[in-house]
Each structure stands twice: as C-alpha cells, then as structure tokens.
Design a protein around this ligand. Structure first.
Ligand code: NI
Length: 170
C-alpha cells in the first residue's frame, strides 16, 4: 500500500450503534475507493492507539479491516480462516467499547486467506496477540462483538456500564 497520502480520521461508532451488529458485504471492486477506505481505517485506528479496526466500526458495511501490531501492518479484505491451532485466553478491548476489557478465548495461531488491495489472494498467519487481533476484526465483519463471547452476567454488566456513559435517559 502506498502511504504518500494520509488517511482521513473517521468517527468510530460506539456500542450499541446498530451498524456494529450488521453483516458486511464481500468486496468485489478493487479500486481507489477501497484503497482510500483502507488508509482511512489505518488513520482512524492510529489516532486512538488501536491494534485493529474494521470497516463497520466506521459505518462502512464491507468486509475490510486493518491490524497493526509490533510494527507490522495487515490489510484484511474478505478474510477467511483456512487453518487454526491451539487456544489462548487473554484480555481484549475494542475501539467501539472505550475503556471496557474482558478475557476472551481465541485460537493461538491462525492462517487466513485474504484479498490484497489489487484483488489478488494471499495467505497470512498470525500467532498470539496478532491472531487475536485478526479474529476480533474478522468477527466485526459478521456483526459479532467480543462481548458475545462472555457469560450473560458479564455481558449485561458491560451493557449497563456502556449505557451509563452513552446516556439516553433524561
Ligand atoms: Ni473491535
């Protein structure tokens, strides 16, 4: 990806914005618009010191996400898991849930088939925290959130905490 042009910082949608529960569409057109979306996702993620960001989190229902961890950047377009190994439990957060963290079980290692910006197919692998980031972002593309892995008790506690901060009561 060329990085001469900086991306635009977009508003990150916060839970319970309904767009976060929707299923994104497969990308079929690999054009400048897609390249701009990817740049905008990187810019919007970096401004919040995020490790990943998915298109639905900026209100765009396309199967596109970015991950950046330990100096490595990854672009996920129509990603799908082709192999996975092991299990890990660890703390997870989400830019759509500021200040909320919870332990989630994930595979320890994944191999993912994804499209590149030019439409070619490539395979990427992630271990540990990188695998966790890939899987968290891929969940966003099918409307799944990290709180969906928690017990009803924990999930309801988070919903209550979130509603306190986003208001809605007068
Ligand atoms: Ni997230």
């Amino acid at each position: 990806m060329s990085s001469e042009v900086a991306g635009e910082v977009l508003e990150v949608r916060k839970y319970p914005d309904p767009v976060l529960k929707k299923i994104s569409e497969t990308v079929t057109v690999f054009d400048e618009g897609l390249e701009k979306l990817v740049k905008d996702l990187f810019a919007s993620m970096r401004v919040h010191d995020g490790v990943g960001l998915a298109a639905p989190q900026v209100g765009v229902l396309k199967k596109v996400a970015v991950v950046e961890y330990e100096g490595k950047s990854y672009v996920l377009i129509n990603p799908r898991i082709v192999d996975q190994k092991g299990l890990q439990e660890g703390e997870e957060g989400c830019l759509s849930f500021p200040g909320i963290y919870a332990n989630v079980m994930r595979p320890e290692w994944v191999r993912i088939e994804t499209h590149d910006l030019d439409g070619s197919i490539k395979t990427i692998e992630g271990q540990g925290y990188t695998a966790r980031a890939f899987l968290h972002e891929m969940d966003h593309l099918s409307g799944k959130l990290f709180i969906d892995y928690l017990s009803n008790l924990k999930r309801n506690a988070i919903k209550k905490k979130v509603s306190k901060h986003t208001g809605g009561h007068f």
